[in-house]
Design a protein around this ligand. Structure first.
Ligand SMILES: NC(=O)c1ccc[n+]([C@@H]2O[C@H](COP(=O)([O-])OP(=O)(O)OC[C@H]3O[C@@H](n4cnc5c(N)ncnc54)[C@H](O)[C@@H]3O)[C@@H](O)[C@H]2O)c1
Length: 415
């Protein structure tokens, strides 16, 4: 195989797999993207996309038209296989959140028949520690012909196996795919070096080699670090509310200290990374990961605290109109996955304490769970304004329009 032009199979054509497959194709690699979602496969083969990400449509169209990117429901033989399938958590009968690696196991089984000696298999999905080695075990079981030797702990394989976690930010994926630094963890040094040769064909950022377990943990720790910092800010916001202190002013002042950098509080933590990945560490070390677990619990509890706040204010009115501003999990995007703003709005509607008027300027046309309203309409009719997301549109709200209203600003932008 020549590192600069390879045959590459990418399993999973979502927010990570599709940009990666298209990027590799535009760099001259022959790429087969595989997904179990037939309609996604058909859409991509027509040069179109099924997900929302700036400029991805242009990249996919050019990759497909060049003949270097094709999509399929089934894998085939290749030099390199990249797995980019989901890694959610499931909740056990005892309420424990445990990582679900069944998609990775299924993807591994799907490529096993096509593997050849010397192949490179890369796991890109965010994964609990030990998952890359688990892939090796599955391959050893299904393809004993690829086992070169066995130690008490593991089977050595005639393929290279590495983990390369993804760090891209939705909304900026194409730029970050090229510019971000990457960590590559091999099950051995040769695997890490082989994977590095491939990433060098499209990454401008630094590439840092380590073992697979450290690479898996690095990704989980990056998101846990953010989660713990946000939990500190969220806890402060609740304490300050009790003590009658403006938390936004407090944080601004505390951050004047040269070595203090407190993050901003919000209505909770959303998205499918920061709100999920720390649980993988807690599941692996439940007695030791006390701070990480508590941070998750603090952030998960914040939406209910906001809800109680709204209920206590609503008591003052007979039939209050409650305007919920924003549903997305963060500013200026349409992504509703694990969104605390959506959770709060849903619960407010269910609580039936008044009329809820929700406004989400970025909502996709498909959104039909409940009625959405224009910002001007909400600002005119609502008695209580609950600001949930710091979208640009909301930062421009004229304070005059809020004078007669009860304001609950979970993002501190309407001060
Ligand atoms: N989206 C992000 O911003 C982001 C950032 C960093 C890391 N990650 C991680 O990357 C991984 C993928 O995330 P995503 O956002 O791309 O998910 P996604 O849900 O957008 O896409 C996953 C795709 O995999 C397909 N799939 C599932 N099982 C399959 C199988 N057995 N064979 C073939 N296709 C299969 C699904 O149909 C789907 O199209 C996850 O582990 C996630 O945590 C995501």
């Amino acid at each position: 195989m020549h590192k600069n032009r390879q045959k590459i199979v990418v399993i999973g054509l979502g927010y990570i797999g599709l940009p990666t497959a298209s990027m590799l194709a535009t760099k001259g690699h022959q790429v087969l993207g595989v997904d179990v979602n037939e309609s996604a496969v058909n859409t991509i083969n027509q040069g179109s996309i099924h997900i929302v990400e700036p400029d991805l449509d242009i990249l996919v169209r050019s990759a497909v038209h060049s003949g270097n990117l094709k999509a399929s429901l089934v894998p085939e033989e290749a030099d390199t296989f990249i797995l980019a399938v989901p890694t959610p958590f499931s909740t056990s009968d005892h309420g424990l959140k445990i990582p679900d690696i069944s998609y990775i196991e299924a993807a591994t089984r799907s490529i096993a028949p096509f593997l050849r000696e010397g192949n490179l298999v890369i796991l890109e999905s965010t994964s609990p520690v030990g998952t890359t080695e688990r892939i090796g075990q599955i391959i050893a079981e299904l393809r004993p012909d690829l086992v070169t030797s066995r130690s008490s702990q593991q089977a050595n394989l005639a393929i290279h196996l590495a983990h390369c976690p993804e760090r891209v930010l939705p909304g900026h994926i194409l730029r970050e795919l090229v510019d971000n630094d990457r960590i590559i963890g091999g099950v051995n040094r040769a695997a890490a070096e082989t994977a590095r040769d491939l990433y060098k064909t499209f990454c401008n950022g630094g590439i840092f080699l380590t073992d697979s377990k450290t690479a898996e943990m690095a990704k989980l720790v990056e998101n846990s670090s953010r989660d713990v910092s946000i939990a500190f800010a969220n806890e402060l916001s609740i304490i300050c509310d009790k003590l009658g202190i403006n938390v936004w002013e407090l944080i601004e002042l505390a951050n004047k200290h040269p070595r203090v950098n407190i993050l901003q509080p919000g209505p909770g933590v959303g998205g499918h990374c920061i709100a999920v990945d720390p649980w993988f560490i807690v599941a692996a070390a439940p007695d030791e990961a006390r701070l990480i677990r508590t941070a998750r619990e603090v952030n998960d509890a914040k939406p209910n605290w906001v809800l109680d706040k709204v209920k206590s204010k609503a008591d003052r009115f007979k039939n209050p109109v409650i305007g919920c501003l924003g549903l997305a999990f963060k500013a200026n995007i349409d992504d509703l996955r694990e969104s605390p703003a959506l959770e709060i709005t849903r619960k407010l509607i269910k609580a039936d304490i008044g009329q809820v008027m929700a406004c989400e300027p970025n909502a996709s046309d498909d959104f039909c769970e409940f009625a959405l309203f224009d910002l001007s309409d909400v600002l005119q009719k609502a008695d209580i304004i609950l600001l949930l997301v710091d979208h640009n549109e909301f930062k421009q709200i004229d304070n005059e329009l809020l004078k007669e209203k009860v304001l609950i600003d979970t993002r501190g932008i309407l001060r």
